[in-house]
Design a protein around this ligand. Sequence first.
Ligand code: UDP
Length: 237
Amino acid sequence: MSDMPEKFINEEGLRLDGRQVNELRPLKIEVGVLKRADGSCYLELGQNKVVAAVYGPREIHPRHLQNAMETVVRYRYNMASFSVDERKRPGPDRRGVEVSKVSREAIGPVVLKEYYPRSSIDIFVEVLQADAGTRTAGINAASVALADAGIPMKGLVSSCAVGKVDDTLVLDLMKEEDNYGQADMPIAMVAKEDKITLLQMDGHLTNDEFKKGLEMAISGCKKIYEVQKKALIDAYS
Ligand code: UDP
């Protein structure tokens, strides 16, 4: 806990990186960055750098996983060993399995799965640089990569976190706020339908904070949705 900041918000109400409490980190989205994937996306959210690759619909292996009624959506989130300060041991770990599962459940509901029975759609998210909020960055990138692959979807999924530091709600936590803050609540939603597909909570919020925080996170997701849409429109026009 040695590098824990004394204060997260200064007298002017600004955070450690100079942001307002309800401000997202700078977001950059590039579509179609990988030649061999059916769809792909490179995304930067502040200091986070992630790549998402989508393959499919394609024949599913192992075959016994196939579903006669619909495609199977698979999602693998992986954090590169060099993406964090303290080298992460390569390969799957408990956290990666958890993030992959919740991300798949966040994205799955928008895919029109019945169009491609017996197949799989495989989503890979590689975190190249991590600074908190990598699951949200990954979901945002995966959603754009799915659209780039031409997968029929009900809408794009957008994701961001809200949290609490110095007893104050803040949008889109950076690493210090995530590691030493009082709460972290990532959400994902289908922004155009106002449907939430992921809500996790680490730490503690009062009922009022939860309600206000949820509103902040929803407005953050809607801003991200606009950037995702623009990146796709720019890529295809
Ligand atoms: N982190 C790390 N090493 C790890 C896992 C996480 O340094 O093995 C850092 C990384 O910066 C990550 C942050 O802790 O973004 C927060 O991790 P969390 O599990 O809350 O997921 P995230 O906020 O990235 O979705």
